[in-house]
Write a protein that binds this ligand. Structure first.
Ligand SMILES: O=P(O)(O)O[C@H]1O[C@H](CO)[C@@H](O)[C@H]1O
Ligand SMILES: [Mn+2]
Ligand SMILES: [Mn+2]
Length: 390
């Protein structure tokens, strides 16, 4: 029986969606603009799978006879964040955008939060996470005040120095914020952002980040897989994005390479169903930081591990690689960008050189995963299994 290894290269978009302008994104293209800035980029394995052969990709030369099936998908949901992207690819559309707080959170919210956590709040505005810890990190070390901030995404983020506010307390604060930010103020995610360091300029965030997501509004394809008694193994922040719904086992990871290691470890084990991995460094370490060179190197680093991933797969296993939104490191600001996502499929049973064209929704990927595993397909999404299987 087939097993699916589904890897999300977080934020590796492949060009602006037709409605990008409505999201403030004009001419964005995460992969395209990285390649334009770094023509020497070496991603031979992604190219061999067909990433440069995707319709509209004019910034990479086509390869002859790519070994995979390749295409790109539109996002129907009204959003460009991780939760929206992952939910859509597993069959749940977010038709009403998650609430955002451009001017910070309302006074009542902050007051209730302060009362319940027993600390004062500083920040309370949209900010870049690495900038705001430099702004308030020393203040926090002196006073114990807690740093709260948001972004263009629907997020309530709490930054805390690990030696001032212990992790347990930070996570508890997130649970309290999760309770407060429901109903009219429901944000997609509360995020714990721990950091360490001695002073401004030396603060660095740690891998103890945790996301407290809403539960998907409807059943996702993960639920359908789980209900059939198959495994749904989440690697990285997958279990957080789905608030554990539909997940049977999970491991958090330190960074992209740890994510690849854990994925390979699970591939080599006896399990059945889905191994679902999110590699977030592209987004959090390079996209939001507008670090073009760092992003390029992260892509090269991931690319170099693809042969190892493939070598660890059994003959029936199928590998799917796609993104969840864009985060063009050459674009203004520090936020995600509204883009097509690339999708690549590879396996011994997959027909090589198959052009999937432009798919109507990310949900087509989840529908295909369900179809491959022989479980119920969610109401959204059209499976392309018949196009790709030998
Ligand atoms: O600037 P940092 O803290 O990395 O935050 C970014 O990461 C969050 C989650 O993807 C986004 O909302 C964006 O604000
Ligand atoms: Mn993401
Ligand atoms: Mn992000």
């Amino acid at each position: 029986m087939s097993r699916v290894v589904w890897m999300i290269i977080d934020s590796v978009g492949i060009g602006e969606l037709p409605d990008a302008q409505a999201f403030g994104d004009k001419g964005v293209n995460t992969l395209g603009n990285i390649v334009k800035n770094h023509k020497d980029i070496k991603i031979p394995n992604l190219r061999k799978l067909g990433i440069g052969n995707i319709d509209g990709v004019d910034f990479l030369e086509n390869v002859e006879n790519p070994t995979g099936a390749f295409g790109k998908c539109l996002e129907i949901s009204k959003g460009k964040d991780t939760t929206t992207g992952h939910w859509e690819m597993t069959g749940v559309l977010v038709e009403t955008p998650f609430k955002t707080f451009e001017n910070g959170f309302p006074k009542e919210v902050i007051e209730e939060f302060e009362k319940r956590v027993g600390r004062k709040v500083v920040g309370n505005k949209p900010a870049s996470g690495t900038v705001i810890i430099d702004e308030y990190g020393e203040h926090q070390m002196k006073t114990g005040d807690v740093i709260v901030y948001t972004s263009a995404d629907s997020v309530f983020q709490i930054a805390a120095h690990e030696e001032i506010i212990p992790l347990d307390e930070l996570y508890k604060m997130c649970e309290i914020a999760r309770e407060i930010m429901m109903g009219d103020n429901a944000v997609a995610r509360i995020i714990a952002r721990p950091f360490i360091g001695k002073k401004t300029g030396e603060f660095v965030r740690t891998s103890n980040r945790r996301d407290y997501s809403l539960s998907p509004f409807e059943k996702t394809v993960l639920d359908n897989i789980k209900e059939e008694g198959l495994d749904v193994i989440g690697v990285g922040k997958i279990e957080d994005i789905f608030n554990k719904q539909g997940i049977t086992e999970a491991v958090h990871t330190k960074d992209n390479m740890d994510g690849v290691d854990e994925t390979i470890k699970y591939i080599k084990q006896e399990n059945k169903g889905l191994i679902f991995t999110n590699l977030v460094d592209f987004d959090s370490k390079y996209g939001h930081r507008r670090d073009v060179k760092g992003y390029k190197e992260a892509l090269e680093e991931f690319d170099s591990r693809i042969p190892e991933i493939i070598a660890s797969m059994k003959d029936e296993d199928i590998l799917i690689i796609n993104a969840d939104h864009g985060n063009d490191p050459t674009y203004k600001g520090t936020d995600h960008t509204r883009e097509y996502i690339p999708v690549l499929v590879y396996g011994k049973q997959i027909k090589e050189n198959t052009n999937l064209g432009i798919r109507d929704s990310f949900a087509d990927i989840g529908a295909t995963v369900a179809d491959i595993l022989g479980v119920k397909i969610t109401k959204n999404g059209t499976s392309f299994k018949s196009q790709i299987m030998k």
